[in-house]
Design a protein around this ligand. Structure first.
Ligand code: DC
Length: 224
C-alpha cells in the first residue's frame, strides 16, 4: 500500500509557516504537526524548573523526562500537552519565545524531539513545519517548501498575533528579537535553519496565505 506523501515546511519565525501548514493540512485532510510547539513545551518545562539555558545536559535531561503530545481538537485546533497539561497558550508567551532558540541548541533535546517527530510521520499524510524538517527530520519528504518573508513583514505579523493576545511589544523590539532568533537558529551546529537542497523556496512577503496554500496543494494534487 502506498503511503500518502509527507510535506515538510521550513522557514524562519513569522514567515507564515504555521498558518500555511495548517491550511494545507485542512485542504488535504492531512495531519498538521507544529514542531516549534514541541521545542516551546520543553522550554516551558525548563523555565519552570529554573534550568540554566546554557546548561545543555540539563536541558537534555528535561527533554528526556518530558511527555509532549500534539492533539488535534474537534475544530482542527492543535492542543499542546506537556506532561498531560494543556500548555497551548502559555508556550506562545514572549518569555518562552525569548528562550526557545537556546533550548533548541541542545543536542539531546533535538535528538529526542526528532525521534518523536519521525514517529508521528511514519504513516505518511503529515504536514510538518519547523526549521530542520526537510533537512533532518524528513529528508525523504515528497514535498519540501522553504517559506521566507522580509524581516519587516515577519515582525508585523508576529506583532499582530501578540497584540491580539494582549501582549504589548514595540515593532522595533519585535524585529530585534526575530533577527536574534534567526541568528541563533541559523548558526547552531545541529539542524540549523537552512533550506534543503531540494526545497522549493517561496518568498511570501507579498503573497496571500491562500496563494501559497494553492501553490503547495497543487503540487500534491498533480502528484509531484
Ligand atoms: O516555529 P516557532 O517560532 O514556534 O519555533 C520556536 C523555536 O523552536 C525556533 O526559534 C527554533 C526552534 N525550532 C527548531 O529548532 N526546530 C524545529 N524543527 C522547530 C522549531
Amino acid at each position: 500500500m502506498d503511503l500518502r506523501p509527507n510535506i515538510a515546511i521550513d522557514g524562519p519565525a513569522g514567515s507564515g509557516k504555521s498558518t500555511v501548514a495548517r491550511r494545507v493540512a485542512e485542504e488535504l485532510g492531512y495531519l498538521y504537526i507544529d514542531t516549534g510547539a514541541m521545542y516551546r513545551a520543553i522550554t516551558l518545562k525548563a523555565y519552570r524548573a529554573g534550568v540554566d539555558f546554557d546548561d545543555m545536559d540539563a536541558l537534555g535531561e528535561v527533554a528526556t523526562n518530558a511527555s509532549v503530545e500534539l492533539v488535534a481538537g474537534p475544530d482542527r485546533s492543535l492542543k499542546v500537552l506537556l506532561d498531560h497539561e494543556d500548555v497551548t497558550e502559555e508556550i506562545r508567551s514572549p518569555y518562552i519565545s525569548r528562550c526557545v532558540s537556546l533550548t533548541a541548541r541542545a543536542p539531546k533535546v533535538r535528538k529526542r524531539l526528532v525521534e518523536l517527530q519521525r514517529t508521528m510521520a511514519k504513516q505518511g499524510g503529515v504536514v510538518m513545519e519547523g526549521r530542520d524538517i526537510g533537512t533532518v527530520v524528513l529528508p525523504d519528504a515528497q514535498i519540501k517548501i522553504y517559506l521566507m518573508a522580509s524581516p519587516e513583514e515577519r515582525s508585523r505579523r508576529r506583532l499582530k498575533e501578540l497584540s491580539a493576545k494582549g501582549y504589548k511589544i514595540g515593532l522595533h523590539q519585535m524585529q530585534a528579537e526575530i533577527l536574534e532568533r534567526d541568528r541563533l537558529d541559523a548558526t547552531r551546529k545541529i539542524g540549523p535553519l537552512t533550506p534543503a537542497a531540494d526545497a522549493e523556496i517561496i518568498n511570501c512577503t507579498s503573497l496571500s496565505v491562500e496563494q501559497v496554500v494553492r501553490m503547495i496543494t497543487e503540487r500534491i494534487l498533480a502528484g509531484r
